[in-house]
Design a protein around this ligand. Structure first.
Ligand SMILES: Nc1ncnc2c1ncn2[C@@H]1O[C@H](COP(=O)(O)OP(=O)(O)OP(=O)(O)O)[C@@H](O)[C@H]1O
Ligand SMILES: [Mg+2]
Length: 287
């Protein structure tokens, strides 16, 4: 059975694309068949696997318009077991016209339902830093939303907004959606990072991945070489941490397969009231 995962956060630059690429690479390395879907007009995921987004004739836009399927638009990448549905700037225009079409939010969900069983173990969708038609399609199709978050003041503030959106999607288009938070770019030497990590563990104990992704410059380099970090720099801390995340995710979503780290169950979605109560620690709070 294919597990569909959306990687999304309204906040920009929190490692959504890096997580899709590195997690996808790790899952493929562990023998899973993975389809990455780029839903961002910036085309960063597409470019990070060595393709020029603007030279593409067929993209995820064709799927959203109902003119093609994810499988038909997908292409192989340099990594075995890892395929990609690319995106480019045309999604900006599509975002403006798509919402006028009835049922647009279910396009990806419907296509995934028609996908041949067993073709992929995981579909990972990289969302843009906005709550538009692309993100709504991804959240409507997803079993699990992964929310990458930095341990910084503004990131925690925007989490409140993100959780309200999750609550809305669950009410309107996808009642089965669950979510998990992933701490990214963590710097243990940074006092605010440690403080906010403490807050997140207390507030989201069951909905926080145990795996933490620390700051590692190799993650900035790997897209320039068109590879996930697990192939570009396989022995680095970043590669090991994304492998651990892949194991934790597999254990969480495919519990029949024994894994080293068995994660706790996902937290049910917040009500609007509980989402509204997610407030960051006040500035200047002592550890
Ligand atoms: N763990 C890390 N350590 C150091 N740099 C990182 C790490 N994770 C991501 N980066 C870098 O941070 C920047 C933002 O990452 P990325 O593009 O993945 O974020 P994003 O959430 O997809 O951004 P956007 O909202 O624009 O789509 C990139 O330059 C990336 O290489
Ligand atoms: Mg991105």
């Amino acid at each position: 059975m294919t597990r569909v995962i959306a990687v999304a956060n309204n906040k920009g630059g929190v490692a959504k694309t890096t997580t899709c690429l590195s997690l996808g690479g790790s899952l493929a390395e562990q023998g899973r068949l993975v389809l990455l879907v780029d839903l961002d007009p910036q085309g960063h995921l597409t470019a990070s696997l060595g393709l020029d987004p603007e030279s593409l004739r067929r993209t995820v836009g064709d799927v959203l318009l109902g003119q093609s399927s994810l499988v038909a638009v997908s292409r192989e990448t340099p990594v075995g077991g890892l395929d990609l549905v690319p995106a480019n700037q045309e999604l900006v225009i599509l975002d403006k016209v798509l919402y006028k079409r009835p049922g647009y939010e279910s396009r990806l969900q419907q296509d995934l339902e028609r996908m041949e069983d067993g073709l992929y173990d995981f579909v990972l969708m990289d969302c843009p830093p906005a709550f538009g038609t692309m993100t709504l399609n991804a959240l409507t199709a997803a079993d699990l939303l992964v929310i990458p978050i930095q341990c910084e003041y503004y990131s925690v503030r925007s989490l409140r907004q993100m959780l309200s959106l999750v609550s809305l999607v669950r009410r309107k288009t996808n009642p089965r959606l669950s979510y998990r938070l992933l701490v990214t770019m963590y710097d243990v030497r940074n006092r605010v990072h440690r403080l906010i990590m403490h807050y997140l563990r207390a507030r989201f104990s069951n909905a926080l991945f145990q795996t933490v992704i620390q700051v590692d410059t190799r993650l900035r380099e790997s897209p320039a070489f068109g590879l996930p970090v697990t192939r570009y720099a396989p022995r680095t801390r970043a590669a090991h941490q994304y492998r651990a995340l892949a194991q934790e995710l597999s254990a969480h979503l495919l519990p029949a397969i024994p894994m080293a780290t068995q994660a706790a169950g996902g937290e049910p979605l917040p009500t609007q009231e509980s989402a509204a109560s997610v407030s960051p620690p006040t500035r200047g709070t002592k550890e």
